[in-house]
Design a protein around this ligand. Structure first.
Ligand code: ATP
Ligand code: MG
Length: 509
């Protein structure tokens, strides 16, 4: 069906998040929506999905104006959406989430029983190459799997218009390719797709049409043949350096030393297997690997969220294996978590409070038992400026921030105090190309002040351009530690578990 957004305007108090936006989506078209963090993409999609009522403007389907009083109406009109911030109920199972997600107005509602729901989950997952257990509880799943549930749920509804708000942010590269293939298939069969992503490679691969929005306004269209540099420039309104510039690290003492570190979970599964690692002060050690090979558990062991089954962690020569999370913060360990909403912030607290979450007891922000609101406010204003966090007011709750700006708050907080070790997990997830450039430069700057950095990322590009050395993880083990200029093909083999020497030999022959 043909979809038109005509003059859509949506305000939040004084902020105009969408300013007379006009967009047309033809049947069977993949329409990419590009724009920097806070540009208004999710807001626009939430208007289209009936979650927000627009202040002005109109939605037309096949030329006829429609009014949605809630997502139920949008679903009934044939619109499906994968949200940037998942709307899943934590205590539901995967199958329940898919089944109960059907709004009452949907014809299938009431007819769908649990065994059918399980079948849908199994079949849809199988088709898309997703590994999803229909009986797993949402709250026990990593973000990547929650994203897969959202996708399965939206696809199983067979919508005529599918809104995908950053569906690939937490998918593995293989899953992303799979999803893009599905998108093309659906479009060929007539489904219209609105696709939001910050990964320009994906836009170029699937988009039929590209609309760029900036500060709530449509600023232009781009051809899918545009280069990544051209798209980046259009998006942020200036030229963006997609390559990181840095000097080789200077010789320095060891900051972090990990020996024989293992973690076995309650079910007896070995998730981190006898890991030995050293990180120099002023060095970035990248951890490459396919998601789910123990990288997250390694990060959680380092910051104290998990206790190792065996092994030791030393920081600047002191053993910190038994230190609590709090103590490690004081030891100078910084952490940018993979799941920013779950582990990185308190959603209902203000942005200013979130910017001092682990420091409000420090002398800087408190005197005796009382906190100093003015200092917290000043700190927030300073970091907002420095990290270009786009928001209306630092006293507003974190939930009023766009996804990428929430990420920037966490990065700003962790990088605004003196660190010995920074554990950065997917530090640029969901942030726009301009902010990626900024965060990358900040990480290098952090390194240059003598902080040891562990960088975990599913983006091989990011690992290669930032790291001084790369450790490859596979099934909880470090397969090998290689220089950052190691070819992709060798890294790829190692990520599949091929030992370093063998991978090098295969590459040479
Ligand atoms: N409930 C709300 N209350 C106040 N302001 C809001 C609310 N929701 C969004 N905003 C503001 O509206 C603007 C647009 O946000 P939106 O989430 O649409 O951006 P986005 O383009 O999706 O960005 P991102 O790429 O980071 O996801 C932002 O400045 C945001 O802070
Ligand atoms: Mg968004």
């Amino acid at each position: 069906m043909k979809l038109e957004l005509v003059g859509i305007t949506k305000k939040f108090g004084p902020l105009i998040a969408n300013d007379h936006i006009n967009i047309e989506v033809e049947p069977g078209q993949i329409h990419a929506l590009l724009g920097e963090n806070g540009a208004g993409k999710s807001t626009l999609m939430n208007v289209l999905y009936g979650l927000y009522e627009p202040d002005e403007g109109e939605i037309r389907i096949n030329g006829k104006p429609v009014a949605f009083n809630g997502p139920g109406d949008a679903v009934a009109a044939g619109i499906g959406m994968v949200h940037q911030h998942f709307m899943l109920v934590p205590v539901f199972t995967v199958a329940e989430s898919v089944a109960l997600g059907y709004e009452p107005t949907h014809p299938l509602f009431g007819m769908l029983n649990m065994s059918e729901a399980k079948k849908i989950v199994k079949e849809t997952s199988k088709r898309f190459g997703f590994d999803l257990d229909p009986n797993a509880k949402i709250e026990d799943l990593p973000v990547g799997s929650q994203q897969r549930v959202e996708i399965v749920k939206a696809l199983s509804r067979k919508a005529e218009v599918l809104i995908l708000d950053e569906p690939t942010a937490v998918l593995t590269p293989a899953e992303t390719d799979e999803l893009m293939a599905i998108m093309k298939e659906l479009a060929a069969a007539g489904t219209s797709i609105v696709f939001i992503t910050h990964k320009l490679r994906e836009v170029r691969a699937v988009a039929d049409k590209i609309t760029v929005i900036r500060r709530g306004k449509v600023v232009g269209e781009a051809s899918p043949e545009s280069s990544e540099t051209e798209l980046a420039n259009l998006m942020v309104g200036r030229s963006v350096l997609l390559k990181v510039e840095k000097d080789p690290p200077k010789p320095a003492p060891t900051a972090l030393s990990v020996k024989n570190l293992s973690y076995i979970n309650d079910d007896g599964v070995v998730l981190v297997d006898d890991v030995d690692l050293d990180v120099q002060a002023g060095e970035i050690l990248g951890i490459a690997g396919v998601q789910g090979n123990g990288q997250e558990e390694l990060a959680e062991l380092l910051i104290g969220l998990l206790q190792p089954t065996e092994g030791t962690i030393d920081l600047n020569g002191e053993t910190i294996t038994k230190h609590t999370v709090r103590r490690r913060v004081d030891d100078g360990v910084g952490f940018i978590p993979e799941d920013r909403i779950e582990d990185g912030m308190v959603a209902d607290f203000s942005v200013a409070e979130n910017l001092v979450l682990n420091q409000y007891r420090s002398k800087k922000f408190s005197r005796g038992l009382s906190i100093l609101p003015k200092k917290i406010q000043q700190n927030a204003e300073k970091l907002r400026e420095e990290f270009d966090i786009r928001l209306t007011d630092v006293s507003y709750p974190m939930t009023t921030l766009s996804g990428g700006n929430q990420q920037k708050v966490i990065v700003a907080r962790e990088m605004s105090r003196k660190l010995s070790l920074l554990v950065a997990s997917q530090p640029t997830r969901g942030v726009d190309v301009g902010s990626i450039e900024f965060i990358h430069n900040r990480i290098v700057k952090e390194r240059d002040t003598g902080t040891g950095v562990i960088l975990i990322s599913s983006e091989l590009d990011e690992i290669q351009s930032l790291s001084d050395r790369i450790a490859v993880m596979y099934r909880g083990k470090i397969v090998g530690i290689v220089p950052s200029h190691t070819p992709n093909s060798v890294l790829g083999l190692m990520m599949a578990g091929v030992p370093m020497e063998e991978a090098m030999e295969q590459e040479a022959s």
